[in-house]
Design a protein around this ligand. Structure first.
Ligand code: PGA
Length: 236
């Protein structure tokens, strides 16, 4: 496990972007596993800056995102596809057809999960998976008590998650109740994992996840068994 302490959020974002950039330079047609949430925004911003300077080329890069809400279309500003298009894909020279997010509008979600697993396998697996972490230790939408054996699957969102998300929607009825997410097994099969955690409210869970018992109660704790894990953190 490689633990990198950052001095502030900008430093964390630069360090994480450096790891991603190194991956793209070493293997220009690599498969990046990407994440949404507030933490990676600075990392994506840094990558865009380096792209604009000519320091990084995404023309052959392929991406697979961790998760998506069920029922939200790509042009809904709360969908993760929208987030990725806004924060990264539309700002660099990646080919949109090489970017993948689970389809939240699929007619058959089970089929969509199988398609996503197959797609990852056909791409040759994920070279580098970027992850944020929830305060309860979730990674992707793998909430506590998850099975470590799952690949892409459907999850029912916790009541607390639905309530927390309500602020982004007109009414609580519009808040998605389900999501599609890569499973712990999918994440563990990535060749490298880069976990980023920012702010004092992530300190306790990072300590538990990296130094506590490996248990489904703390989904991220499984990462202790990953052979190539880098953690970039700033708790200030
Ligand atoms: P955050 O979310 O980056 O917005 O803190 C992380 C997560 O829940 O995975």
């Amino acid at each position: 496990m490689n633990l990198l302490k950052a001095s502030d959020y900008k430093d964390l974002s630069r360090k994480a972007a450096n790891v991603i950039s190194a991956q793209v330079i070493l293997k220009p047609d690599c498969v990046l596993g990407l994440a949404t949430g507030s933490t990676p925004i600075g990392t994506y911003k840094q990558l865009v800056e380096w792209y604009e300077k000519g320091d990084i080329d995404f023309s052959e890069v392929k991406t697979v995102n961790l998760d998506e809400y069920c029922g939200l279309s790509p042009d809904n500003d709360q969908s993760y596809r929208y987030f990725m298009n806004q924060n990264l894909f539309s700002q660099v020279n990646i080919k949109l057809e090489n970017t993948n997010v689970p389809n939240g509008l699929a007619a058959d979600y089970e089929e969509e999960c199988s398609r996503y697993d197959k797609l990852i396998a056909e791409l040759g697996g994920i070279d580098l998976q970027l992850l944020g972490i929830g305060r309860n230790g979730h990674i992707g939408f793998n909430e506590p008590d998850v099975s470590f054996e799952k690949t892409t699957h459907i999850v029912n969102l916790d009541e607390s998650t639905i309530e927390a998300n309500a602020r982004f929607f007109q009414t609580i009825d519009e808040v998605p109740k389900k999501a599609l997410t890569m499973g712990i097994k999918s994440i563990m099969q990535a060749k490298k994992v880069l976990l980023i955690a920012n702010g004092p409210d992530k300190k306790e869970i990072i300590e538990k996840a990296l130094h506590g018992p490996v248990t489904p109660d703390v989904p991220a704790s499984i990462l202790q068994f990953h052979p190539d894990l880098t953690v970039v953190y700033c708790f200030d």
